[in-house]
Write a protein that binds this ligand. Structure first.
Ligand code: 4NP
Length: 153
């Protein structure tokens, strides 16, 4: 059975498309795992846009191609389309939960929950920090942690 995972951030042009691109590459290297991925932003500011240029460039330098991804806005129906919704920070979780349909029990988690060894409680937003490699470092650790988690459930 396939697990459907949605990564969510604010703009859907930096952190969540990077999470999707890095995670799908990790899944591709894990033959016994079937996962469907997507990403979305809690805002509609960048709907239809490709991932942010400097973010794509930093990802490409590590072998991750994000160029096929396009931003879309998170919506309440996503709670029924996915098994696990993963936010990048506490604001994302707040905005995701605000759209939870009554009676819906879909799990929502922070991506850093899967990277406890880093001591981080959010994925820093490189749109503001300009540290695209810091974001990639953390996303790689959390992606490996999420793969390990999925192998145990
Ligand atoms: P993201 O970063 O949430 O990781 O995609 C941002 C991208 C754009 C903006 C904010 C955050 N913005 O204000 O346009």
């Amino acid at each position: 059975m396939s697990t459907r995972i949605l990564f969510v951030c604010l703009g859907n042009i930096c952190r969540s498309p990077t999470a999707e691109g890095v995670f799908r590459a990790c899944v591709g290297a894990t033959p016994d795992l079937t996962v469907e991925t997507d990403s979305a932003g809690t805002s509609g500011w960048h709907v239809g846009d490709p991932p942010y240029g400097p973010m794509q460039k930093a990802a490409r330098a590590r072998g991750y191609d994000l160029s096929d991804l396009r931003a879309r806005q998170f919506e309440a129906a996503d709670f029924n389309r996915f098994d696990l919704i993963i936010g990048m920070d506490a604001d994302n979780l707040y905005n995701i939960e605000a759209l939870r349909p009554v009676g819906c029990s879909t799990r929502v988690a922070l991506f850093t929950d899967f990277a406890p060894e880093t001591g981080m409680d959010h994925v820093p937003d490189p749109y503001y920090t300009r540290d695209f490699d810091q974001t990639l470092d953390l996303v790689e650790v959390a992606s490996r942690g999420l793969i390990s988690h999925l192998k145990t459930v």
